[in-house]
Design a protein around this ligand. Structure first.
Ligand code: PMP
Length: 321
């Protein structure tokens, strides 16, 4: 089987939620005339299920907040799906249980223009649908420390494509930046906005430690309101007593600060040790990054009772064949 087409989990056939029902993954297929395929008319989420081996349970991190962001995206793109955030959470728990993964997973909901219409740019006329898949998912960035470059691509502006939601089409921007960075031998791109301020990574928010405070670009600089970003902002204040500042950040500030790290569901919290071939401080992950990373890794796998309300635990249903 092709490596990027997972449809089995051990002996177990993976299922998808598709057209209102749970079906074997191989049956969840759309037509080549599907509108979203041609125009990127979809919004999606990336949610992590973190496997806790000792407890034999999957912990889904901040699922509700992900679905609230998906629903905000549906509103902007006139994607009419017949589910509330709570119903989407219930559908997800059911599918995760059923797929029976016993490893870290990525949960990928997608609300999309399902109309089989090739030439129509009027969102209000196009039928929508919702689908959901879960797949095993390990270390997204493939490394624990990052060497980044500043991308020659600029982050789209909110008045070009809304930047507060995860629309499929906007990821052309992210992919151009990520591809450029990785083809040039870097791990990830730091993308500036139209004004030349730091916006974010290709799929992560950016943080900087400087002057004893934690800084991150404000949402006005077209950063996605990341759920991990919000988690980090809360933890830095509540657990490390750090002052946090959301403001515009210049590229050269990143060169000269004490620590840089990226945050994202896929990327977790990952230190940046080099940017544009300049070491960040001494080129080693810094103490704030590591303290936040440790807190975060315990929380997402359900090991910190104080933050258990951020996790939804699911016990996999194992089917013996
Ligand atoms: N920015 C972009 C462009 C992203 O795709 C992501 C991943 N969703 C993030 C930031 C981080 O967001 P989150 O923490 O919600 O995963």
């Amino acid at each position: 089987m092709a490596k990027n087409k997972p449809s089995v989990n051990g002996n177990q056939q993976l299922h998808a939620f598709f057209q209102g029902a749970v079906v074997p993954m191989d049956e969840a297929k759309v037509s080549v005339t599907t509108h979203a395929l041609h125009y990127g008319t979809a919004v999606f989420e990336g949610i992590r299920g973190n496997w806790n081996e000792e407890q034999g349970k999957m912990f889904i991190f901040r699922m509700r907040e992900h679905y609230e962001r998906l629903i905000r995206g549906c509103k902007i793109l006139l994607l009419d799906i017949p589910y509330t955030a709570q119903q989407l959470c219930d559908i997800t728990v059911d599918l995760v249980e059923r797929n029976g993964h016993q490893t870290d997973i990525y949960i990928r909901p997608l609300a999309y223009k399902s109309a089989e219409v090739v030439a129509n740019l009027k969102l209000q006329e196009l039928a929508s649908d919702f689908t959901l898949v879960t797949v095993p998912f390990g270390n997204y960035l493939g490394t624990d420390i990052l060497k980044c470059c500043t991308s020659s691509w600029r982050r789209v502006d909110d008045n070009m494509i809304p930047t507060q939601i995860k629309s499929a089409g906007i990821y052309v921007n992210s992919m151009l930046a990520k591809t450029e960075a990785t083809l040039a031998g870097f791990d990830e791109a730091i993308i500036l906005n139209q004004d030349g301020h730091v916006s974010e990574g290709s799929g992560e928010n950016v943080f900087m430690v400087a002057g004893g405070k934690l800084h991150t670009p404000s949402l006005e600089d077209n950063a996605l309101p990341g759920i991990t970003r919000e988690t980090v902002l809360q933890l830095a204040q509540a657990e490390l007593g750090l002052e946090v500042v959301e403001r515009s950040i210049d590229r050269s500030e990143l060169y000269l600060c004490d620590e840089v790290f990226l945050s994202g569901t896929a990327a977790h919290l990952t230190p940046v040790v080099e940017l544009d071939r300049r070491l960040i401080a001494d080129g080693e992950p810094g103490p704030v990054s590591m303290a936040l990373q440790k807190l975060y890794f315990d929380i997402v796998v359900g090991r910190n009772p104080k933050y258990l309300h951020w996790c939804t635990s699911v016990t996999p249903r194992v089917v013996t064949v």
